[in-house]
Ligand binder design. Structure first.
Ligand SMILES: [Zn+2]
Length: 332
């Protein structure tokens, strides 16, 4: 079940409840933040706060009345959502929005519109929207949502109040991933990766990625055992799983992560460990290695990005890394 926005974004919901209560909402907001931070949920929640029949004293919506439920089901005539058609938001969609609003503007109704992925607006759609924002018809509140606010026309941004959505803490994000069907073991690794929420969910249910996790662990086990087969694993077990550059970079991220786990365990910071099923094995190994060498291990992996930037072959980079890590952890 989806987590409530008040749990995901407590400060922002509190802030907006106050604005609703005091009738001080701005005309247009740009909600900016990574996928999964609750932009749409927040916009819907504020709309509920505006229209709710039984609003709580603190300005929060009841979520139970007919208005609240119609808005949640996207069936409210005065709350209009626009999502990209195909790859873009087209001028016709903005025109539709305008015509919808000019009708009821005559009746003096309060209106809310929500545009998702606003960076996907064509230039003509953006220009059409601009005029609309500048000359509001009736009392309108606009929510523009984007995970890539830097791609939005500055003229649009300048007419909105920009709201940065706080990124989720580790625990919340893990719970969201698990709600989306990702296994906890895989999710614990994913929350450390640099990617959009949708991308993380896709990885979390991808068999190839799970194999990769297994092989990274096997590779590290061999290194920690000072077993020469770690070198061979690069070609036989890791390379077949990463045929393209994005996957290759992801593998490096996983290697940084498992080296970092050794440091965390050495300092007994168990909560942040990525490879949770390997905690015991990694903790035992970390006890045997000086902390300075563990830190150096992470640096060795990070250096791989520089090597790739100067076009050293990927397999060579990993093989070199394997030898260096063996030397580093076993102090030769
Ligand atoms: Zn309500």
């Amino acid at each position: 079940m989806e987590q409530e926005i008040t749990a995901i974004q407590p400060q922002l919901t509190q802030h907006f409840a106050k604005l609703i209560n005091e009738n001080r909402l701005a005309h247009a907001y740009l909600l900016s933040g990574a996928s999964g931070t609750g932009k749409l949920s927040l916009a819907v929640w504020i709309a509920q706060g505006i229209f709710c029949n039984q609003r709580n004293a603190d300005g929060t919506p009841c979520l139970k009345c007919s208005e609240c439920r119609r808005i949640a089901a996207n069936e409210h005539p005065d709350v209009v959502r626009i999502i990209p058609e195909g790859r873009s938001i087209k001028v016709d969609q903005v025109r539709y929005l305008k015509s919808e609003f000019s009708k009821s503007g005559l009746e003096g109704n309060r209106k809310v519109f929500i545009i998702q992925d606003v960076e996907k607006m064509t230039t003509s759609a953006a220009n059409s929207l601009l005029k609309f924002i500048e000359e509001p018809n009736g009392s309108i509140t606009a929510f523009l949502l984007s995970s890539h606010a830097n791609q939005i026309l500055p003229t649009i941004v300048s007419r909105c109040q920009v709201v940065e959505m706080a990124s989720l803490n580790r625990e919340t994000q893990l719970k969201k991933l698990m709600d989306a069907g990702v296994d906890k073991v895989v999710g614990s690794v994913l929350v450390n990766l640099n990617a959009d929420f949708d991308e993380l969910v896709a990885l979390g249910t991808d068999e190839q990625f799970q194999k990769l996790l297994t092989e990274v662990v096997n590779w590290m086990k061999a290194i920690l055992a000072d077993d020469w087969r770690a070198f061979v694993y690069v070609q036989t077990r890791l390379m077949p799983l990463v045929d393209e550059r994005p996957a290759q970079e992801r593998l490096l991220e996983l290697m940084v992560m498992i080296c970092r786990d050794l440091i965390l365990l050495r300092y007994h910071q168990d909560d942040e460990v990525a490879f949770i099923t390997e905690k015991q094995m990694l903790a035992q190994a970390a006890e045997q290695i000086p902390a300075s060498q563990l830190t150096k291990g992470v640096e060795l992996v990070m250096n791989c990005w520089n090597q790739l930037a100067v076009n050293v072959s990927y397999q060579n980079v990993l093989e070199g890394l394997t030898l260096r890590l063996c030397r580093c952890y076993h102090k030769r």
